[in-house]
Design a protein around this ligand. Structure first.
Ligand SMILES: NC(=O)c1ccc[n+]([C@@H]2O[C@H](COP(=O)([O-])OP(=O)(O)OC[C@H]3O[C@@H](n4cnc5c(N)ncnc54)[C@H](O)[C@@H]3O)[C@@H](O)[C@H]2O)c1
Length: 389
């Protein structure tokens, strides 16, 4: 597939608009459709604004802006997708609605067209099963905002043809993205491995070990994360973040590792959604004064170690269960959620024995399955192995 490949995008919300912009910028003709005509108009206006702003900032010239805009075609009917070679669906996160769309779409497109879903949490196998030819279906999971975030998780379903996987992956790589291959399991790589970043931070707060601003301070100053967990939850939205956690928990057949927290549920129920509602864990109203962190280095170190150990445990378990390669797991967390370093590399730096000991302490102290160390860490410790030699 080259630049002449016609790309289709369905759903012109936050993700679909971003994905269409990426493909159009890479030189493809793009057809973009949304069931809601207003959403399509909004997307068109958004593209014009964003691309013109890039010209003003000197990031692209006027010719590139005009070319990219002329590559974007906003269409009212799925009939316009008959010449597309790759279609990426980014509609509402609802399995029934997605399956209906894929089954309708298959009747309108040519037999070689690849069908991809940008779903964050649904099974690609079940979406693919809606198609007569399920071999052509896969997941292409972009991150928000899609034009800026480099990572794309490429997810083959059990039905997906290997050639389709390779073609889609090399096309996305050609768009300047960093792609990683992930197994079709809940949360793929990033939304699975990142769960303790939020969950363990909330747990530390619930126990009263430290307050919100202290936990955020520790994770930024000592852990070197770009944002603290509570700042990030406020940024994502407590409703969205809670729903992802709850979905991952249910999809993992209620594994206690992924158990959501009452704190975040109550924040969501109270409408304290974060930045978008003006208040979440922090107050974003004008002139608001938020609490100062307790900058105690020892407390800060304990906070960072507990959250990082839990993150490493998730990354190790994902590797143990062949969700992705060690390189892809580390790449996904640095490129998809800007972690300061890959978690498996981090484990080597701390030392596998110390990581395991830290997790065993938590497991023993709390007696909760949530803290059980990954078998892989035990095996590696026994054989004195590292993730990277
Ligand atoms: N927002 C994120 O951070 C993010 C990140 C990665 C993946 N995703 C996934 O991407 C998908 C879209 O998310 P979003 O945040 O862009 O949602 P959004 O609500 O911003 O946009 C969804 C769009 O789909 C349209 N739509 C709904 N049903 C449709 C149908 N049957 N046919 C055509 N259009 C339809 C809606 O009118 C809306 O404009 C979801 O599957 C979501 O899980 C979201």
């Amino acid at each position: 597939m080259d630049k002449d490949t016609l790309i289709g995008v369905i759903g012109s919300g936050a993700m679909g608009s971003g994905i269409a912009q990426i493909a159009a910028t890479a030189g493809h003709k793009v057809v973009l459709h949304d069931a809601n005509a207003d959403a399509l108009d909004k997307s068109k206006a958004g593209h014009e604004k964003i691309l013109n702003r890039l010209v003003e900032k000197g990031k692209i010239d006027q010719e590139k802006c005009d070319q990219t805009l002329s590559n974007l075609n906003y269409v009212e009917s799925l009939d316009e997708f008959n010449e597309s070679e790759l279609i990426i669906e980014a509609i509402i996160e609802d399995l029934t609605v997605k399956k209906k769309l894929f089954s309708e779409l298959e009747k309108k497109v040519n037999s070689t067209c690849i069908l991809a879903s940008n779903t964050s949490s649904l099974s690609i196998a079940s979406i693919a099963a809606a198609c007569g030819n399920s071999k052509r279906v896969l997941g292409l999971h972009f991150f928000n905002p899609a034009p800026l975030m480099p990572l794309v998780e490429v997810i083959p379903a059990i039905q997906t043809d290997v050639k389709i996987l390779q073609d889609a992956k090399s096309l996305v790589d050609g768009w300047g993205k960093t792609s990683v291959i992930a197994k079709d399991t809940p949360g793929f790589i990033v939304n699975r491995v990142a769960r303790p970043f939020y969950g363990e931070a909330i747990r530390i707060y619930e126990e009263g070990f430290a307050d919100i601003s202290t936990i955020d301070w520790a994770m930024k100053e000592i852990g070197e994360f770009k944002m603290g967990p509570f700042e990030l939850m406020d940024f994502i939205g407590n409703d969205i973040n809670y729903t992802v956690t709850e979905t991952v928990f249910k999809e993992f057949f209620y594994d206690p590792r992924y158990k959501p927290s009452f704190t975040q549920k109550r924040y969501m129920e109270a409408g304290l959604l974060g930045r978008k509602s003006g208040k979440g864990y922090y107050d974003y109203s004008e002139g608001a004064v938020n609490p100062e962190p307790n900058k105690d280095e020892d407390i800060g170190h304990d906070i960072v170690m507990r959250i990082v150990l839990m993150l490493i445990n998730e990354a190790a378990e994902a590797l143990f269960l062949n969700i992705a390669s060690k390189e892809d797991i580390d790449m996904a967390m640095t490129k998809g959620v800007n972690y300061p370093k890959g978690l498996l590399k981090w484990a080597d730096e701390i030392g596998i024995h110390d990581v395991l000991e830290g997790l065993e302490f938590l497991h023993h102290e709390y007696g909760e399955d949530r803290y059980r160390p990954s078998v892989l860490l035990r095996q590696m410790d026994r054989k004195q192995l590292k993730f990277y030699e």
